[in-house]
Design a protein around this ligand. Structure first.
Ligand SMILES: Nc1ncnc2c1ncn2[C@@H]1O[C@H](COP(=O)(O)OP(=O)(O)OP(=O)(O)O)[C@@H](O)[C@H]1O
Length: 617
């Protein structure tokens, strides 16, 4: 563990980093599961692949044997005086040619099937990854260790395809060796022993260094993630303007260099050690091989075996040495890959903590009483501080409630609790008198529409960007355009060259970028797409100009009449349109009432309202 002596304290524990040989072998238990996935990807291609490889494994022995027969026949013919009958010789040559052609064809077939099956497998696991990620909790995504796991799993979907070819080649080579060994044992069993002496040291060396490489790369996952991030922000359209104006490129390059150099040095010393040991151990193998070769030569010279047998044995021996070495090296690689595979399976086995109950209730239609917070508190993972605490209030059905408070007061946290994206750490939230946890999770999410302040600007068409609010209606043009009209996005989209089919954003070739306010209008249309009973808008108008904001809100209150809504805004001109206002301070409910009531109370809300009103004068 010398390598990790200078690792910072935040690294995973050393015991966790170091994967012993036993663990490597233990990781092979992942292979059946892996092959089940491959089999499910395409049974026909898997069988085809196996059959071709089985046939292929008989070819080396057949070719060597035909080669021996050819040489023995040639030597026999040299001694024949008079007319020589060459038919048998030509037959043998034709057989060898046939075998060579078949071998070529099979090789092509195997490569073809490996690559097709590999592509399908990679697509399948990528989809599985996306689908599984969707089942997990939001809090899990906010956790750095989870992200590392996700990152490692993501790498597996593409790189593990190689593992399939490796395992199949391994099986194929083992069968080939079995065939060759029969010939070798028939001649002299000791040759097999020499062969093992030649390859076992290399195998042990490889295993040792594979384990080191894995440990290093695993313990560096957070740094590699940081390196990827630095590479991304250092050369990306999203960050270019700030990198330029703040002249950050030198700073980023230096930070990248520091981190990458450290990894490079650790890795370099490992690679050098590996190379030195590799050379020494394989020299040992070469020595053993030549020992056996001398032995076979001596046997031929004394006439104990024919020249044909000499070529057959030498060929077999050399073939087997190559194959055995390959098998042993591949074994370490397979064991290592199987360890990585563990990351993929670990990720796929992660379970969300927010789960539906055994007998879920449907969300009432319509909601009768509304939502009740009872002494609700919430702490973020890895945080000692309560983000919100002791929250008790009632959100009436059909009511428009505005949340107000300074930055970090807990407004976004509160609405995430309402949508059951987070589970209260203490207290409970009721919907029509029943705990939110009793309701069907999908139905609940369906009935709640949220437009977040950091909504996603999907680099897709304008139409898709709106349909995201209710993706099952992606083909409902009328509904999409209707929603755009309600959110004032329609005039923006009408001006685009491809109208609703216009790809938005700069990432793709034909994309057109919108201004911040224009994007917000598009995102807002998502709220109108949804058939939700509760709409939550988290600072949806912060980028709109004053006139647009006013218009959006007048329309909003008209259009969602009857629905329950929660608005978060820092603009009091907007907030005052709500039925009631909830004022949060450091995660606690400070004031609750209508605009007029809160002004009359002359508390914190009134103070901030007056402050802002003055600014407008
Ligand atoms: N993912 C997170 N992990 C840990 N702490 C968080 C996380 N998100 C928010 N917080 C903390 O929780 C508190 C409440 O945050 P929240 O986002 O709810 O505030 P807000 O009132 O919506 O703020 P703003 O007006 O700036 O949007 C803040 O102190 C914040 O630092």
């Amino acid at each position: 563990m010398k390598l990790f002596r200078d690792r910072p304290a935040t690294k995973p524990k050393a015991a966790d980093d170091k994967k012993s040989f036993k663990e490597q072998v233990g990781a092979l238990k992942n292979l059946p599961k892996f092959f089940r996935l491959i089999w499910e990807t395409s049974p026909a291609m898997t069988i085809g692949n196996l059959v071709l490889r089985l046939v292929k494994s008989t070819l080396p022995l057949s070719m060597l044997y035909v080669g021996k027969l050819i040489i023995d026949e040639v030597i026999r013919l040299i001694d024949v005086t008079g007319d020589r009958d060459l038919n048998y010789l030509w037959l043998l040559v034709a057989a060898e040619l046939g075998l060579a052609i078949v071998s070529d064809l099979i090789n092509r077939g195997i490569t073809l099937l490996d690559s097709l099956l590999g592509d399908l497998f990679s697509n399948k696991t990528s989809i599985q990854l996306i689908e599984h990620a969707a089942t997990l909790d939001l809090t899990q995504f906010e956790d750095a260790t989870f992200y590392d796991k996700l990152e490692r799993a993501r790498r597996q979907t593409v790189t593990r395809v190689v593992l399939m070819s490796q395992v199949l080649s391994q099986l194929q080579d083992i069968v080939t060796i079995g065939f060759l060994a029969v010939g070798l044992v028939a001649f002299n069993p000791w040759l097999i022993v020499i062969l093992l002496i030649a390859v076992i040291p290399s195998f042990l060396g490889e295993t040792h260094f594979n384990e080191r490489t894995y440990s290093l790369s695993r313990s560096w996952t957070p740094e590699r993630r940081e390196l990827d991030y630095l590479r991304y922000i250092g050369a990306s359209d999203e960050t270019a303007k700030e990198i330029k104006t703040f002249n950050l490129s030198g700073f980023l390059a230096e930070r990248f260099k520091l981190l990458s150099d450290k990894y490079y040095l650790l890795n370099k010393s490992l690679i050098i050690k590996r190379a030195v040991w590799g050379i020494a151990l394989s020299a040992l193998g070469t020595l053993a091989y030549y020992g056996a070769y001398v032995f076979i030569l001596a046997q031929t010279v004394t006439g104990a075996i024919t020249v044909g047998s000499l070529t057959f044995l030498a060929g077999s021996f050399s073939n087997m040495r190559g194959l055995l070495q390959g098998i042993m090296m591949r074994f370490s690689q397979i064991a290592e890959s199987a360890l990585y595979l563990q990351d993929l399976f670990d990720f796929l086995e992660l379970k969300p903590q927010i789960t539906p109950p055994t007998n879920p209730l449907p969300v009432p239609r319509p909601i009768q009483q509304g939502f009740t917070f009872e002494q609700v508190g919430f702490k973020y993972q890895n945080s000692e501080r309560w983000a919100v605490r002791n929250l008790s209030f009632h959100l009436r059905a059909g009511e428009k409630l505005a949340l107000v408070g300074e930055n970090g007061a807990g407004k976004t946290t509160l609405v995430k609790l309402l949508a059951r994206l987070y589970e209260p750490t203490e207290g409970r939230i009721l919907l029509d008198g029943v705990d939110l946890r009793e309701y069907d999770l999908n139905d609940l999410r369906h009935q709640v529409g949220i437009i977040f302040q950091d909504y996603v600007r999907f680099q897709m068409s304008a139409s898709d960007n709106i349909a995201i609010g209710q993706i099952s209606n992606i083909r409902d043009t009328e509904r999409i355009q209707g929603s755009a009209q309600k959110s004032l996005a329609d005039p923006v989209i009408q001006r685009l060259p491809d109208k609703y089919d216009q790809v938005l954003g700069k990432r793709f070739n034909k994309g057109v970028e919108l201004s911040g306010g224009e994007w917000q209008k598009v995102a807002l249309a998502r709220a109108y797409m949804r058939d939700a009973q509760l709409l939550i808008l988290d600072e949806p108008t912060s980028a709109l100009d004053a006139r647009a904001e006013h218009e959006v809100f007048i329309r909003f209150s008209e259009l969602i009449a009857g629905k329950t809504a929660v608005l978060i805004s820092h603009r009091f001109s907007t907030v005052r349109m709500a039925d009631r206002i909830l004022f949060l301070e450091q995660g606690q409910l400070k004031e609750l009432g209508s605009h007029e009531e809160l002004l009359a109370q002359n508390g914190k809300y009134a103070e901030l309202f007056k402050l802002q009103a003055k600014g407008y004068l």
